[in-house]
Design a protein around this ligand. Structure first.
Ligand code: SF4
Length: 420
């Protein structure tokens, strides 16, 4: 039976730009595939009388999900062993799409089955997907998936989460609540994130907390439904004006922390583009890398640049972030995290990184044109999506999980929300 399928308009416009792409599909990524896919590649090469790459084509990855127990082997430059000198996939070119593992055949499309529907979103590791998402005004209209858009709909996985978990059973209603917090315009994103974090803390206290839930399943569901109906009161908190960025004591230290983590990450991911990007942002804000550098000047520079951009390009910036969030809610189901606050925290740190690097990028200034800003935004959103998604610890809450100190987790999330 074919499932009803929806996507966002920008994905219907997606066409791979191949050799004109500023990146590659595989560069720096960890590509998990099934053992059957690896077997199919071996057999195809053997049947065609083609030698296998000398370094081999895969390595075991027992800790991966069942469909990803093997990783495609990457060369020392961080690219797949099948990427040719023209930066194209030699497997695809010589043997056709059928031999590709699911993840390669569907990239940059992400496929989840949620509540009986196939949902197609975009991986922002692909620069062309980012361009289409951020820059077109109608990019995030929900539309049916046109025929032929998805090469292998059968590769769609059920959204993450344990069967029977309340957040999974009511995934649609919880996501509607997330949308209600995050998407309406009119209030600054920082206020909306703060209100959402407070609501998430309350929800986790009830449904992930130490006190037992009612034994009766129907009673528990009713409790969740009542909480979801009470979202409006929390959304009203989003109307509070954001706390001013200017005199914020912690600001400089947090900028230094993010830029230090990015530098460390750029040493791990082996992407020259990412390393240049991180170095550029650090230089603009005067980050020296010396132990104990005072953050106040760094903070002053950041807030000045940020205010200049907001004053000239506020509406355009708002469009980038709204479109990013629309895609994010489809691509990253909330059930991928242990609790809602952990989910909101990850999103909030991602948004803080985007805000920070957009303002600190050497290519932009208060006087720059919209075209320049667009190019810079595509680079920031793509490079951060590709590289930071590989480093889940970067985004994790302090002691994330059931035993985490909830008040401290909320404090951390509220602090990162101020960047938005
Ligand atoms: S990253 Fe996107 S545009 Fe670039 S080669 Fe891959 S699919 Fe094509």
């Amino acid at each position: 039976m074919t499932l009803p399928a929806t996507t966002l308009r920008f994905m219907t416009r997606f066409r791979c730009i191949a050799e004109r792409c500023e990146d590659t599909c595989c560069g720096g990524l960890r590509v998990g595939v099934s053992e059957a896919s690896v077997q199919r590649i071996h057999e195809t090469l053997r049947a065609a009388g083609k030698p296998e790459p000398t370094e081999g084509i895969s390595i075991p990855f027992p800790e991966g999900a069942p469909s990803e127990r093997t990783l495609l082997r990457m060369r020392s430059d961080g690219h797949c062993v099948f990427l040719d000198t023209e930066r194209r996939c030699s497997l695809h070119r010589e043997h056709g799409e059928a031999v590709l593992p699911d993840v390669c055949a569907t990239f940059p499309r992400t496929l989840w089955v949620q509540e009986g529907r196939l949902e197609v979103s975009g991986s922002l590791a692909c620069p062309e997907a980012v361009r289409l998402l951020l820059l077109a005004e109608d990019a995030v209209e929900q539309v049916p998936v046109p025929p032929g858009l998805v090469a292998r709909p059968e590769a769609a996985r059920p959204a993450p989460g344990l069967p029977g978990d309340l957040y999974v059973l009511h995934a649609g209603a919880v996501r509607d609540a997330l949308r209600e917090f995050l998407l309406p315009g009119g209030h600054p994103l920082s206020s909306r994130l703060s209100a959402l974090a407070r609501w998430a803390l309350r929800m986790d206290g009830l449904f992930r907390g130490p006190s037992p839930l009612p034994e009766d399943e129907e009673e528990t569901r009713a409790l969740l439904r009542a909480e979801l109906q009470g979202v409006g009161a929390f959304v009203a908190l989003a109307q509070a004006p954001p706390e001013p960025l200017g005199p914020w004591e912690e600001g400089g230290a947090r900028v230094l922390r993010l830029l230090t983590q990015l530098k460390h990450l750029s040493g791990v991911t082996r992407s020259e583009r990412f390393a240049r990007f991180v170095q550029g942002c650090r230089s603009v804000l005067g980050v020296t890398g010396e132990e104990g550098q005072e953050g106040s000047n760094v903070w002053r520079l950041y807030t000045t640049r940020r205010a200049g951009l907001d004053a000239r390009h506020g509406a355009r910036l708002e469009q980038y972030f709204r479109h990013y969030l629309e895609n994010y809610l489809l691509r990253h189901p909330h059930t991928e995290a242990f609790g809602l606050l952990a989910y909101v925290h990850r999103l909030t740190v991602r948004l803080a990184l985007l805000r920070l690097t957009l303002a600190a990028h050497p290519g932009v200034s208060a006087e720059c044109t919209q075209e320049t800003l667009d190019q810079t935004a595509v680079e920031c959103f793509q490079l951060l999506s590709r590289n930071v998604d590989l480093a889940p610890d970067f985004l994790a809450l302090p002691r994330e999980g059931a035993g985490g100190d909830r008040a401290r987790c909320l404090e951390e999330t509220l602090a990162w929300a101020r960047f938005s």
